[in-house]
Design a protein around this ligand. Structure first.
Ligand code: T1G
Length: 697
C-alpha cells in the first residue's frame, strides 16, 4: 500500500477476519487517499487466502460521511468512488460494514455495496446529496430500493433525511444493531458469517421489489410544493422510475451520468457554496479557533413575551435549565401556558413524546425577581424594544449576576454599545438576535460590540449551534445585517406602489423569484399596526420621500391591520388567502395624487431589480463598514433568515452570477430614476465592477 494511503487507511488481521480502518478526520470523507487506501486493502483481502471475511470501519466520530465535497470542483481522480464500489460489489468473499455516527451519501453507498451491515444503536443513515443539489452517484438509487423498498428509498433520496439504526434494521438496511464495542462485535459477526459458509450477498442481485407506480406522481407533487424551484428532488423521482424498469448496470450508469451533470449545475454550486459558507460563518473573524467558550449550564430569559417564549423553547429543547424572568406572576403564567401549548402541538405532530415534553417543562422555572441569579451563566434579554427599558433591565442584571455571566440582548436594532455602558463588565455583553418565531427560524445574528470578550463571542456562537441555530457574527449597524437589508427591499416595494405597481404584482414577482412570501402579504401577516410602529421608531432617520410614503399609516388609520382585521393590503376570507382589494387600488390612486405621482406601468423586471439590487448594494456597504466579515456570512443570513431561495445561493452569490458590471449599470439607471440617495452604487461595487470581479473574486 502506498505511504499516503496507509496514513488514511490501515488493515489489521484478527484471525480469519481482515479489519480495514479508515482514519480521515473530521468525518472520514471519501477523499482520494481514502479511495486509494480502501482499494489497496480490498486487493490485499482478495489475494490473502487466510482472510475469509473483511470488516470496514472508521476511526473517530463517524463512519464515512460521504464523498469529499471539496473535490467536486476538481476533475475526478481514479480510483473513482464508482470504481471502488464496483470492486466491493464484485468481491468473492464477504465484507461487513461496521457503522457508527452518520453513514451518509457515498459512505452509505460503500455500506450498500458490502454483503452485510452492522451498526451501533446510535448510528444514523442518509443519502443527503439532494441537499447539495446532487443525487447519489455511486449506487444509492439502484441499491437502496432493492433493500428497503422503492417508497422508503425514494423518500430518503428525494428529501435527504436520515433514519436511525432501529428503523434501518426494521427496513432491512442493517443486519444487526450493536450497543457495545462496535469493532469487537463486528469481528464476531464476521466470524459467524465465516462459520456459516462465508456467503456473499450482493444487493445488485436483488430484484426491485414491486411498488405502486402511483406513488411517483404523488411524490412529484409533494416535492414540487416542499422544494419550490429545486431540480434535484424531481430528478430523483425520474431516476427511481427509470431504475425500476432498467437492468442494474444500465441504471447505475445513468445514475452516475446524472450525478456528474448535477455537480456542474448552478443549483448545486449554490447549495455547496452555502454548505461551506455556513461552516465558515461559525469561525469568528479575529477570534482564534482555540479560544474556549465559557461553560453554559444554567440560563435565564428576561421578558415572557412572544420572543422570550420562543427563545426559552430553544434553550429547553437543548436540555438547558432555564429561568424565565417577568414583571408579574400573571405574565409568567401565560408564558408557561403558551410554551406548554407549543409543545403539545409537537406531540400532536409526533415530533415529541409526552415524556419529552414533561422533561423539558421540568427544566423551566419562573421568577419576578432578580435576587436568585448568582448561578446563571448567561441571560438573554428580550423585553420591549426601548433603550431605556432595556438599560434598566441591564442595570438590575448587573447587580444580580456573577461577574462571569454573559448578558445578551435580543434587540433587533438598538445600540449594543449603549447597553454595554450600563453594566460593570461590558466585555460580557453581546447581542443574540433571534427571528420570530424564535423556536422555528434557524438564523441567529450574534452581535459583537467593540468590547465583547473573545471567549464571549465563542460562547454565543457555540451556544447558537447547541440550540440548533445557524449563528452568524455581525458588527454594529442599524438593523445589523438582516433587517438593514430587508428595510431597503421594503422601501423599494413601497416606492414601487407610488410609481404604479400593485401589491399583488410586487408580491408575485418576489415570490416568483423564490421568496416564501411577498413583502405585502408579509406585512399583512405582521400587522399594519406593528409596521406603523416600526415606521414611527425609524421616522427621524428616514429620507423625506420615505417619510412622505405613508401608505402603511394610511392603511392602519383605516383599520386595515392585515390578516388580524380581515383586510390590509389584501382582503382575507376564512381561508386567510390574500385577495386583491379594489379599495386598496383606490387608496393608492389617492395617495399618488396627493403626492404628485402619476401612475405608470411598472415592469416585473424593474420590480425585481429594484428590490434585489437595493439589498445587494446595501450588503456591499455592510461589507465595506465591516458590519459583516464575509460575503458568505450575508448569504448565510439571508438564506436562513428571510428565505432567500437556497438554490440561488444567497444575495452575494446571486450577484456574482448576474455580474457586478451589470448590477452597477442597473444601479446607475435606478439612481437616475429613483434618486442617488437610494441607488448610488457602493464603492465596493464600483471597484469590483471596474475590475470585472465579483464579491467572491
Ligand atoms: N466532504 C468534505 N468535508 C466535509 C464533509 C464532506 N462530505 N462533510 C463535512 N465536512 C467537513 C465540514 O466542512 C467541516 O469542516 C467538518 O467536516 C465538520 O462538519 C458520491 C456525490 C457529517 C452530519 O452531504 O452533513 O457523497 O469547517 O461542521 O455539524 O453519492 O458535516 O471543520 O473545516 O458539518 O458534526 C454527501 C455533509 C456528499 C454530508 C457532520 N454527504 N456533511 O456535521 O460537523 S455527496 C453529505 C454533513 C456524495 C455520493 C455523493 C455534516 C455531518 P471544517 P460539520 P457536524
Amino acid at each position: 500500500m502506498n505511504q499516503v494511503s496507509e496514513q488514511t487507511v490501515h488493515v489489521e488481521r484478527h484471525g480469519a477476519v481482515l479489519v480495514t480502518v479508515i482514519d480521515n478526520p473530521p468525518v472520514n470523507a471519501l477523499s482520494h487517499s481514502v479511495r486509494a487506501g480502501l482499494l489497496d486493502a480490498l486487493e490485499r483481502f482478495e489475494q490473502d487466502d487466510a482472510s475469509k471475511a473483511m470488516v470496514i470501519l472508521c476511526a473517530g466520530r463517524t463512519f464515512i460521511a460521504g464523498a469529499d465535497i471539496r473535490e467536486f470542483n476538481k476533475p475526478p481522480q481514479e480510483p473513482r468512488l464508482g470504481t471502488l464500489i464496483d470492486r466491493l460489489d464484485a468481491c468473492a468473499k464477504p465484507i461487513v460494514a461496521a457503522i457508527h455516527g452518520t453513514a451518509l451519501g457515498g459512505g452509505l453507498e460503500v455500506g450498500l455495496a458490502c454483503s452485510y451491515r452492522v451498526a451501533l444503536d446510535s448510528a444514523r443513515f442518509g443519502l443527503p446529496e439532494v441537499k447539495l443539489g446532487l443525487l447519489p452517484g455511486s449506487g444509492g438509487t439502484v441499491r437502496l430500493p432493492r433493500l428497503i423498498g422503492v417508497e422508503h428509498a425514494l423518500t430518503m433520496i428525494s428529501e435527504g433525511g436520515q433514519i436511525g439504526s432501529q428503523e434501518a434494521r426494521e427496513k432491512g438496511l442493517v443486519d444487526t444493531v450493536i450497543s457495545g464495542d462496535l469493532k469487537a462485535e463486528a469481528i464476531a459477526f464476521a466470524q459467524t458469517v465465516i462459520a456459516e459458509g462465508a456467503r456473499v450477498r450482493r444487493t445488485s442481485d436483488l430484484p426491485v421489489p414491486p411498488f405502486d407506480a402511483g406513488l411517483l406522481a404523488t411524490k412529484r407533487t409533494e416535492l414540487a410544493k416542499r422544494y419550490k424551484g429545486r431540480q434535484a428532488p424531481q430528478i430523483a423521482v425520474d431516476l427511481i422510475e427509470k431504475m425500476a424498469s432498467t437492468p442494474f448496470r444500465e441504471a447505475a450508469q445513468e445514475e452516475y451520468r446524472v450525478c456528474r451533470e448535477l455537480i456542474g449545475s448552478n443549483q448545486s454550486k449554490a447549495l455547496r457554496h452555502l454548505f461551506a459558507a455556513e461552516r465558515e460563518a461559525a469561525k469568528i473573524d479575529g477570534v482564534p479557533a482555540d479560544v474556549k467558550p465559557r461553560d453554559i449550564n444554567k440560563v435565564a430569559v428576561v421578558g415572557p413575551g412572544v420572543m422570550g417564549r420562543g427563545i426559552a423553547i430553544c434553550l429547553l429543547n437543548a436540555d438547558l435549565p432555564t429561568t424565565l424572568i417577568g414583571r408579574t406572576e400573571e405574565s409568567l403564567a401565560k408564558a408557561v401556558a403558551a410554551i406548554r401549548k407549543t409543545y403539545e402541538g409537537n406531540v400532536k405532530r409526533g415530533t415529541l413524546t409526552p415524556d419529552e415534553v414533561e422533561s423539558r417543562m421540568s427544566r423551566l422555572s419562573t421568577t419576578t425577581g432578580y435576587d436568585d441569579l448568582r448561578d446563571i451563566d448567561l441571560v438573554i434579554e428580550a423585553v420591549t424594544e426601548d433603550l431605556e427599558v432595556k438599560k434598566a433591565v441591564f442595570a438590575k442584571l448587573d447587580a444580580a449576576l456573577n461577574e462571569r455571566a454573559i448578558v445578551a440582548t435580543n434587540t433587533s436594532f438598538l445600540d449594543i454599545e449603549a447597553l454595554a455602558d450600563s453594566v460593570s463588565n461590558p466585555e460580557n455583553v453581546a447581542g443574540m438576535h433571534f427571528f420570530n418565531p424564535a423556536n422555528i427560524m434557524k438564523l441567529l445574528e450574534n452581535v459583537r460590540s467593540s468590547r465583547t470578550a473573545p471567549d464571549v463571542l465563542a460562547t454565543i456562537t457555540s451556544l447558537g449551534k447547541r440550540i440548533g441555530k445557524v449563528p452568524v457574527m455581525v458588527g454594529r449597524s442599524e438593523g445589523f445585517v438582516a433587517n438593514r437589508m430587508l428595510s431597503k427591499r421594503s422601501r423599494e416595494a413601497q416606492f414601487l406602489l407610488e410609481d404604479g405597481a400593485t401589491p399583488q404584482q410586487v408580491d408575485k414577482v418576489l415570490s416568483g423569484f423564490g421568496f416564501p412570501i411577498g413583502p405585502f402579504a408579509l406585512a399583512d401577516l405582521a400587522g399594519m399596526d406593528v409596521m406603523a410602529a416600526a415606521r414611527a421608531a425609524r421616522f427621524a432617520r428616514m429620507t423625506p420621500r420615505e417619510q412622505q410614503c405613508d401608505i402603511v399609516d394610511k392603511l392602519a388609520a383605516a383599520g386595515r391591520l392585515g390578516q388580524k382585521s380581515g383586510a390590509g393590503y389584501y382582503l382575507y376570507g376564512d381561508d386567510r388567502k390574500p385577495q386583491p382589494d379594489p379599495a386598496v387600488n383606490e387608496l393608492l390612486a389617492q395617495h399618488r395624487q396627493a403626492r404628485g405621482f402619476s401612475h405608470r406601468d411598472v415592469t416585473d423586471q424593474e420590480i425585481l431589480e429594484r428590490c434585489l439590487y437595493a439589498m445587494i448594494n446595501e450588503a456591499a456597504k455592510i461589507l465595506e463598514e465591516g458590519a459583516a466579515a464575509r460575503p458568505g456570512d450575508i448569504d448565510v443570513i439571508w438564506t436562513n433568515g428571510f428565505g432567500w431561495p437556497t438554490h440561488l445561493g444567497g444575495p452575494m452569490f446571486h450577484a456574482d452570477q448576474i455580474g457586478l458590471p451589470r448590477i452597477k449599470e442597473a444601479l446607475d439607471r435606478y439612481s437616475a430614476l429613483v434618486g442617488e440617495d437610494y441607488f448610488k452604487p457602493a464603492g465596493l461595487i464600483e471597484r469590483l465592477a471596474a475590475e470585472d470581479r465579483g464579491f467572491y473574486g
